[in-house]
Design a protein around this ligand. Structure first.
Ligand code: MBD
Ligand code: FE
Length: 255
């Protein structure tokens, strides 16, 4: 076993043991906790639990010092290889997709403002009812997932609908733990993006809709003020702009 693994595992266990001593944890509580671990596995909720309650600390630790735009957590609902959007630049959606039609546009630059041509934006979001395609009943596979590239001036644009807030499943073990702790199970409405370009550190981020509830009480602790956007009404819906500045790649890019 590596020194690193040995140190991390020892420290995690020591801190659990400390909680048991500090709070005089009983056998009954230990058995309840053990059953809860089993339930999380059986419900397939470890990715959800990890990304809701742990990932934000990893993201802050890994990227707290990044230059350019802020990132935030990836979460459990990314699906790779979403289609590159056609000329209409609309994320795939159902006929009559509920929610306000929303145009998102802006530029991708380096951290000094130099436009990045052919940068990729991988976009995914919940529908107006807070459901992610491929993970929840309702939206068909691939709904509201797509990719766009920047033009020669680093500009991008795509059209979507404003997502609704998301609640973690209330009847699953993660939701039950959340209720037992007396916390809100909600995430504010958000659009996920991974912005990437050759030679730059990929930016895993989310844009939060300013009119959404739960902005100051995200169950996943992933809101940053720099990531809140302000859609404005237009002739046929809403629009907002957001510019992304990418940090240089941390490790040399693999050719
Ligand atoms: C989400 O929609 C999400 O983005 C994260 C990070 C965790 C749970 C649900
Ligand atoms: Fe999400």
């Amino acid at each position: 076993m590596s020194d690193r693994a040995s140190q991390l595992i020892s420290d995690i266990l020591r801190r659990i043991h400390e909680v048991i001593v500090e709070h005089d944890v009983t056998y009954e509580e230990y058995q309840t906790a053990k059953q809860w671990f089993v339930d999380v596995g059986e419900a397939g909720e470890w990715p959800l639990f990890g990304d809701v309650y742990i990932e934000h600390a990893v993201e802050e630790q890994a990227f707290g010092d990044r230059v350019g735009s802020q990132g935030t957590i990836l979460g459990p609902f990314h699906v790779p290889d979403a289609p590159l959007l056609e000329a209409s630049l609309e994320l795939p959606h159902r006929p009559g997709e509920p929610g306000e039609r929303t145009c998102v546009s802006g530029r991708v630059t380096d951290d000094e403002g130099k436009p990045l041509a052919n940068a990729n934006l991988d976009i995914w979001q919940a529908d107006a009812e807070g459901r992610y395609s491929g993970f929840m009943p309702g939206p068909p596979e691939g709904n509201l997932r797509g990719q766009v590239r920047t033009d020669a001036e680093g500009r991008y644009e795509f059209i979507t609908v404003t997502p609704g807030p998301y609640t973690i499943p209330l009847d699953g073990p993660t939701g039950q733990m959340t209720a037992a702790a007396g916390w809100s199970p909600w995430r504010p409405a958000h659009i996920h993006l991974i912005v990437s370009a050759n030679g730059y550190e990929p930016l895993v981020t989310q844009l939060f809709i300013d009119s959404s509830d739960h902005l100051d009480n995200d169950v996943a602790s992933a809101v940053k003020p720099e990531l809140i956007v302000h859609p404005e009404p237009t002739d046929d819906g809403f629009a907002f702009t957001y510019d992304f500045a990418l940090a240089p790649a941390r490790a040399p890019a693999i050719a």
